[in-house]
Ligand binder design. Structure first.
Ligand SMILES: [Zn+2]
Length: 242
């Protein structure tokens, strides 16, 4: 029996019936890719879990079977993906950006958002909720439950003036920025800003929570800042059971 990859779950999302989710961290088994982890650890077929070619945009797409891990597949560009088909899921790959997962308490739909500072500044969170409201009705927003996963947090995430300025202009932004040690530098808590964006999109604060730690100071998660790696990412996914 292979050891499990490190992962965290949101108690709030776990309370939603009919969906299964995890924010996966590092895997102690070398070379065990996403496909094998989904199958061996979660008994999920990788072709049923859609992901996108993430480009720090505010593009929101609905699941297409080609988004799964299929042979000769190519990835569509975008940073948020949702599905309402039982037996399918959606996921995002992150290192220090925020993986945000959403589900509804009554309606079987789920969404995954990749939110870095650019995406947050471009309104990716609000646009995703708007897309769900357009499909399922404005009243559906009241039943959405969300979790913001492991990402770069205020303890470690130092940003320059341009990034700080973009984040400062966002709802809740000023509350999650602190002056850094060096002149012109700031620290930002992306998880807090993501939760503020969910609130700004109409999701009640009791229906959204932070799940997991700062990726920069936790060795259990990949961090672009710490590892300077262009390839290592963790998968955050949510799946609608059949
Ligand atoms: Zn930290």
């Amino acid at each position: 029996m292979n050891p499990l990859p490190h992962f965290v779950q949101s108690p709030l999302l776990r309370s939603v019936r009919g969906v299964y989710h995890a924010f996966l961290g590092k895997d102690p088994v070398e070379g065990r890719g996403r496909r094998m982890r989904l199958r061996e650890v979660f008994s999920l077929p990788a072709e049923a879990v859609g992901t996108l070619k993430q480009v720090h945009s505010a593009s929101v797409l609905s699941f297409d079977p080609g988004d799964g891990d299929v042979s000769r597949g190519w990835k569509r560009e975008g940073d948020a993906l949702w599905t309402d088909t039982p037996g399918t899921g959606v996921g995002v790959h992150t290192a220090d950006c925020v993986p945000i997962l959403l589900a509804h308490r009554e309606i079987p739909f789920a969404a995954a958002i990749h939110a870095g500072w650019r995406g947050l500044a471009a309104g990716i969170v609000e646009k995703t909720v708007h897309a769900l409201a357009a499909r399922f009705g404005d009243v559906a927003v009241g039943g959405i439950v969300a979790a913001a996963g492991p990402c770069a947090r205020g303890c470690c995430y130092e940003v320059g003036g341009e990034t700080a300025e973009a984040l400062h202009g966002l709802p809740g932004g000023p509350g999650y920025l602190r002056r850094g040690k060096a002149p012109g530098k700031w620290t930002a808590d992306l998880q807090g800003i993501a939760l503020a964006a969910l609130s700004n999109a109409g999701i009640r604060s009791v229906q959204a929570e932070a799940a997991g730690c700062c990726t920069i100071c936790s060795p259990l998660f990949h961090s672009f800042r710490r590892e300077k790696s262009l390839t290592a990412r963790q998968l955050g996914f949510i799946y609608i059971r059949d």
